[in-house]
Ligand binder design. Sequence first.
Ligand SMILES: Nc1ncnc2c1ncn2[C@@H]1O[C@H](COP(=O)(O)OP(=O)(O)OP(=O)(O)O)[C@@H](O)[C@H]1O
Length: 227
Amino acid sequence: MRFEVDGLTKTLPDGTRLFDGLSLRADDTAGPFVVAVRGPSGAGKTTLLKCLAELVPFDAGTVRLNSKTPAQFGIPEWRSRVLYVPQRPPVLGGTPAEFAATIAGFRSQRTKLAGSALDPVAVAERWNLDPAAWDRPWSQLSGGELQRVALALAISRGPGVLLLDEPTSALDPETCRLVEADLRVRNCIWITHDPAQELRVATASIVLGRPCSTGVDAEELGRPAAR
Ligand SMILES: Nc1ncnc2c1ncn2[C@@H]1O[C@H](COP(=O)(O)OP(=O)(O)OP(=O)(O)O)[C@@H](O)[C@H]1O
């Protein structure tokens, strides 16, 4: 699995440049890669992950998985292979078990998850999440329960690269270590504010600085340079 980013540039509507010409090469021939993303609050870390997942547009640059672009995969397929896991999953109607059944239904009819290494309930049980939590309404789950459900669902989908937005921010230290152990054996791009966690899990790092103004009025962006 090879994940490549070349010259990624993102400017906000007000002309603030979050990142400019960002490049990354990661492959798992020598073992899974875990690329830590760090930087001050507001630096653009979440926006970077959303750009990589093709959830928000960017100004310039290319992203490839095994030499194929998102357009070549098709955007829905890209998003399932390069899977963004938000810090706080949106609270949906129904229960996580119902949601898991729905997304399992989207997969090959031949794939049976229950009891397998990719069964989300079994994955989350390794992180001390009571299986009964899957049958409670989303709205009744704690922050830490929601975070483990979202991560287990993401792993169960078997993506090529997980884009993790502070995946352990709501977990106690012991549970955090259990989750880390399962995530670090997968290809991840992982936002963390914790230098100790970065040391434990990262094989490489991206550091974003404070965003800077381009000095260009938003309305001028995209116009040809004046002669
Ligand atoms: N759609 C948008 N329109 C305008 N500004 C946006 C948009 N999305 C994000 N921003 C701004 O971009 C900046 C970077 O946001 P982002 O969430 O990527 O930062 P972050 O580094 O993940 O921050 P934190 O560590 O606080 O989570 C922020 O100033 C944010 O307000």
